[in-house]
Write a protein that binds this ligand. Structure first.
Ligand SMILES: *Cc1c(COP(=O)(O)O)cnc(C)c1O
Length: 364
């Protein structure tokens, strides 16, 4: 198998082989225009149709109504960490509240603190970021501007269960690493956002789905590029958008709708992959420690260690010889991390789990 199909990287991550093939062709020349996608104008009819299709695909996959705007922005999720409080933490409401459950929500929390007065509703530090709270049990002020959380902690490998309860305040989620990996109830959220490079395509574009009624809260006076209304009113084409990244994201959402068959089908595949991986890790007993407590284990990212960095490195090296790549843990916690994003195939997971079992039989 080629390394492209054995890419377990935390992000940018694996892309479906069929999308890579179409992308290769589009870089040479788009079938529709005869021009390379890298040189296509963002004001062309072709790009307008791509933007429309990307939006339509996301609307269909999520099943969202016109109460929500779908926009494509730049700056990654990190820019959202700053712009969300700029847009929504207004004086008319009590300070927004943040769930700090790991590396990325920690970044969201500290960025918000620079922009607005805010409150931390829950901090997982005491658990070593191995556990998550039940969102509905948090004591959130009913006048808070919003509650922010990260639905899947990519670094630690913790994932919230799908939200089932309406919150008393607008709920905003960074879904960067599990967006479109399974169905959820979008109507429970006021805003959900995800950059593309985990599950949706190459880096460069961030999808934000925002309830239109929330846009009315945005104060005037923000720089245009930081004001979410700019991107909504210009149809995600205010300044030059990342045409290439949006094109590949459109191919991915097309693949999800028509090749995979939607989010329920994607969920079944993702569940099988995660089950296979965790069963293998558990079968190795004390030789392996999974970072997350069992009930919070993520279906998208598993962070684990053989308990000795030399063993972790030896496995990463052995795997690399078999073409398996992207297993290094995030620099903040070390160890190993396996990311099972949508484009990672079940066959690839089989190859990885066989390598894990083989390694632990002979080396651990
Ligand atoms: C990777 C990641 C980020 C960082 O996003 P950038 O696009 O690099 O700013 C933010 N949130 C989550 C949940 C992530 O997994």
């Amino acid at each position: 198998m080629k390394s492209n199909t054995l890419n377990f990287s935390g992000g940018p991550g694996a892309l479906p082989e069929s999308v890579l093939e179409q992308t290769r062709e589009a870089i040479a020349a788009l079938p529709e225009t005869g021009i390379s996608v890298l040189g296509m104008s963002h004001r062309s009819d072709w790009f307008r149709s791509i933007l429309n299709e990307a939006e339509l695909n996301i609307r269909c996959l999520l099943g969202i109504s016109d109460d929500y705007a779908v926009t494509f922005m730049q700056g990654g999720s990190s820019l959202q960490f700053a712009t969300i409080p700029m847009n929504f933490a207004t004086k008319a409401y009590a300070p927004p509240e943040y769930v700090t459950s790991g590396y990325w929500s920690g970044r969201a929390t500290s960025e918000a603190a620079k922009v607005a007065s805010m409150k931390i509703s829950w901090d997982g530090r005491a658990t070593g970021y191995r556990q998550l709270p039940a969102l509905h049990a948090l004591d959130v002020s009913s006048s808070a501007a919003y509650l922010h959380y990260v639905s899947n902690e990519t670094v630690e490998g913790l994932q919230f269960p799908v939200c089932e309860d309406a919150m008393p305040v607008p709920l905003i989620a960074d879904m960067s690493s599990d967006f479109l990996s399974k169905p959820f109830r979008p109507e429970l959220f006021s805003m959900m956002y995800a950059h593309a490079q985990k599950n949706l395509g190459p880096a460069g574009v961030t999808v934000a789905v925002i309830k239109r009624s929330l846009l009315e809260r945005i104060p005037d006076g923000l720089p245009a590029i930081l004001d979410f209304r700019t991107h909504v009113s210009h149809g995600s084409n205010y300044n030059t958008p990342p045409v290439f990244a949006i094109y590949v994201m459109t191919l991915i959402t097309r693949w999800l709708r028509f090749d995979v068959g939607g989010l329920h089908a994607m969920q079944s595949i993702n569940e099988r992959k995660a089950r296979r991986l965790y069963e293998t890790l558990d079968s190795l007993g004390d030789a392996v420690t999974v970072h997350a407590d069992r009930c919070w284990r993520s279906q998208m990212n598993a962070a684990f260690t053989f308990g000795d960095s030399r063993l972790d490195e030896a496995f990463i090296e052995m795997a690399r010889e078999q073409g398996i790549v992207g297993l290094e843990g995030h620099r903040s916690i070390g160890g190993m991390r396996v990311s099972l994003y949508n484009a990672v195939t079940e066959q690839a997971v089989d190859i990885l789990t066989n390598a894990l079992t083989e390694f632990s039989l002979h080396r651990v």
